[in-house]
Design a protein around this ligand. Structure first.
Ligand code: FES
Length: 200
């Protein structure tokens, strides 16, 4: 509750009579009774400038407290939401090619999991393979691997991605290509999961 501001009774010397107070700063309630006897609504909506500013400060503090609480709650919700979204749904491991089926620089289009949008398996050298979504992260045009220059090209708006990491290099794309994790065992390339944010 607010501390009532002093008012002067009619005909009595009050704070407004003090030489150090601005006479415009204090007024007297219409019924002449002191502030503590005034109804709550009059204390909440005072007619004194000083009391009015006091209420404004209090209202501002309340507003700031509520705003801060809402901000903290929003950040907490965002953190939880991000953690939940970042939790990658489990995708079963699946064989997608035999090593000897792809020459160095060769490319295979595959689906992982079955029925998903197309993804690209690219053989970089004798031992290394990479795999990405085929859809450009700008406006989803299909990207074209260009292993000789170490890039993937999106012809729609001339976006370029690094073939080793999937990171955008030039043009409109700002996000890396989602990457499929791979494992090579016994001459077989397996897809083992999807990294939606691309490579770290
Ligand atoms: S859709 Fe690929 S650069 Fe625009």
């Amino acid at each position: 509750m607010s501390t009532p501001r002093p008012t002067s009774a009619p005909g009595q010397p009050g704070p407004s009579d003090r030489p150090d107070r601005d006479p415009d700063d204090l007024t007297v309630a219409p019924d002449g009774r002191p502030a503590r006897e005034q109804p709550a609504w009059r204390r909440e909506f005072p007619i004194d400038w000083s009391a009015d500013e006091y209420v404004s400060r209090r209202a501002m503090m309340r507003f700031m407290t509520l705003t801060s609480a809402a901000f903290v709650a929003g950040q907490a919700w965002l953190a939880v939401s991000t953690a939940v979204k970042g939790a990658e749904p489990a995708v079963a491991r699946r064989a997608i090619a035999r090593v000897d089926e792809l020459a160095i620089g060769g490319v295979r289009v595959f689906q992982y999991p079955e029925g998903s949008p197309p993804r690209l398996l690219i053989r970089l050298d004798a031992t290394r393979f990479v795999a990405y979504d085929q859809a450009c992260t700008h406006l989803s045009c299909p990207v074209v691997p260009e292993p000789k220059v170490g890039k993937l090209h999106c012809p729609c708006h001339h976006g370029w991605f690094d073939i080793e990491t999937g990171r955008p290099l030039a043009g409109p794309p700002r996000r890396p290509l989602p990457r499929v994790r791979l494992a090579v065992e016994d001459g077989v390339v397996y897809a083992t999961g999807i990294d939606p944010a691309g490579v770290a």
